[in-house]
Design a protein around this ligand. Structure first.
Ligand SMILES: [Zn+2]
Length: 151
C-alpha cells in the first residue's frame, strides 16, 4: 500500500528538487504541463483516499509495480494494491485509525507523508518565485544539463 505513496513521494521530491536557481519560469518553461499533471495526480489520489475509492486510489500505481511498506508488507501489481486497499473496510479502517493514535512511528510516518504533499503543493504555488539560496549549484547545473538533453 505504501509503494504508490513511496513512488508519489519520490516523484514529488524529484519535482521539488527540480526547483533550482534562476526562477521557476526560466527552469520550467515547458514543464507547466508536467507540474499541472502532478498536482492533479496528488489531488486525485488524496480525493480517492478520502472517498475510500480503492480503484481510483490504486490507478496511479504502475500495473506491474512492486510495493513494500515499513512493516514488510509486499504487494505486486495494481490489482494486489487495489485488493489490499479494498480489504480496508470501515472496521479495518477504524483499527488503522486506532493504531495510528497509539503508534508514534506510524503517526510520524503519516505526518511526514502529509508534510511532503503540503511541500509539493507549496513548491508550485508561485512559478516565478526565486529559487531558494540553499539549492546546491551542482543540482542546478544538472537540471540545466538534463533540460538541454531533452530539448
Ligand atoms: Zn505503527
Amino acid at each position: 500500500m505504501f509503494s504508490a505513496r513511496s513512488k508519489f513521494i519520490l516523484a514529488v521530491l524529484l519535482f521539488v528538487s527540480f526547483s533550482a536557481r534562476p526562477s521557476w519560469a526560466q527552469l520550467h518553461s515547458n514543464m507547466d504541463a508536467d507540474s499541472s499533471a502532478i498536482k492533479q495526480c496528488v489531488a486525485a489520489w488524496e480525493d480517492a483516499w478520502n472517498r475510500h475509492d480503492a480503484h481510483a486510489w490504486a490507478m496511479p500505481l504502475a500495473e506491474d509495480g512492486d510495493f513494500t511498506n515499513v512493516t514488510g508488507l509486499y504487494l505486486h501489481g495494481r490489482k494486489d494494491f487495489e485488493a489490499r486497499f479494498t480489504e480496508l473496510g470501515p472496521r479495518k479502517r477504524a483499527e488503522f485509525e486506532r493504531h495510528l493514535a497509539d503508534c508514534p512511528d506510524c503517526s510520524a510516518y503519516l505526518r511526514s507523508y502529509e508534510e511532503t504533499i503540503k511541500l509539493g503543493k507549496a513548491a508550485f504555488a508561485d512559478p516565478d518565485a526565486p529559487v531558494p539560496q540553499d539549492v546546491p549549484k551542482e543540482l542546478v547545473q544538472a537540471i540545466f544539463a538534463s533540460r538541454r538533453q531533452e530539448a
